[in-house]
Design a protein around this ligand. Structure first.
Ligand SMILES: [Zn+2]
Ligand SMILES: [Zn+2]
Length: 327
């Protein structure tokens, strides 16, 4: 499927800045959805060969720059329930990278070059967002210790309490990414997303971005979501135990019941910088701008500045001696 401009026939895309569909060539907002009978491997606009791999549900055609949406991968069992549309456009994402890393020392010189930053790609990442009903039973013994002095004596009083807690917690939309290519720890760092902007899914949001269908099933990912929710459940429980100096004989039993597993697409800007053959992935939350990723250190730059580094260490060493001397 492809979105076309009714005015000039070019590929219409979704604009995060305008929060609507528009044509980047003639600025018209009037577009239509076309489903030319394309095969999986062919661009519906120009006929060039395209390769969606195993999971891509939207691919940009290299020949004509159109965004081709694969209906087989966005409908039926692959139709997302919800989507957070991109709020941040490509320019804004590039500016964020420049702001974050512009003043970093030892960065490879082309890390923020226009040609490298141009390769930044907006992508909808598949997620399952679980609703859980959680029953949390906790038993234990709480101790409160009180000390005071009277005359020559010090007194200690320990009071013991039998603790019983039965909590019922409703978790809503605990997110877990369903993309094999996305490293879990990096994706977790992009949270939180603001759920007020969740929309019912509409294919128009996909035009202009890459997207993947889920590559792991909901039942495969459920244990990860439960693990995340458990951490929060335990934190909540601990908050009810803060008045005790210590808690012993701990026993707990946590049960999760899954009520929903909303299949959703969330917006991420991807920037992959290759340095000495090694990829350095950066991800930016396409809704909030939160970023994750670690840049490489340019070895030639560090060597070039060796003298300065040595001098500043010596200076700090000197300062340290001085302080010690005063003490
Ligand atoms: Zn147009
Ligand atoms: Zn094409």
């Amino acid at each position: 499927m492809i979105y076309k401009c009714r005015n000039c026939g070019a590929n219409a895309i979704y604009s995060p800045e305008k929060q609507s569909m528009y044509c980047p060539y003639c600025d018209s907002v009037d577009c239509e959805e076309l489903s030319p009978g394309q095969g999986m491997q062919m661009c519906g606009n120009c006929g060039a060969e395209i390769n969606p791999g195993d999971y891509r549900s939207v691919v940009k055609c290299e020949a004509c720059d159109s965004y081709i949406i694969f209906e087989e991968r966005t409908t039926g069992e692959y139709e997302p329930h919800l989507i957070i549309p991109f709020k941040m456009g490509k320019k804004q994402a590039q500016e964020l990278l420049k702001k974050e890393f512009g003043k970093r020392p030892f960065l490879p010189s082309d890390f923020l070059s226009e040609s490298k930053l141009d390769k930044i790609e907006g992508m909808y990442v598949p997620y399952f967002m679980y609703d859980f009903d959680c029953d949390y039973m906790f038993r234990g013994t709480g101790h409160v210790v009180r000390r005071w002095r009277s005359g020559d004596y010090e007194y200690t009083e320990t009071s013991n309490y039998r603790l019983e807690r039965d909590m019922n917690i409703n978790f809503e939309k605990v997110p877990v990414d369903a993309s094999i290519a996305m490293a879990d720890d990096i994706m977790d760092l992009l949270e939180p997303y603001s759920y007020e902007l969740l929309q019912p899914f509409d294919t128009k949001y996909l035009s202009g971005f890459a997207a993947e269908k889920y590559n792991m099933s909901s039942s495969e990912l459920e244990p990860r979501a439960i693990k995340k929710a458990k951490v929060d459940a335990r934190t909540l429980m601990e908050q009810t135990l803060t008045r005790y100096s210590s808690v012993t004989d701990r026993q707990d039993n946590i049960n999760f019941q899954t009520k929903a597993d909303n299949y959703s697409l969330l917006p991420v800007w991807n920037y992959t910088y290759i340095y000495r053959g090694k990829p350095y992935p950066f991800k930016i939350n396409g809704q909030t701008g939160k970023m994750s990723g670690k840049p490489p250190i340019s070895i030639p730059k560090v060597i070039a500045s060796g003298l300065t580094v040595f001098l500043s260490i010596a200076a700090i060493g000197g300062l340290w001696n001085l302080i010690m001397g005063v003490i």
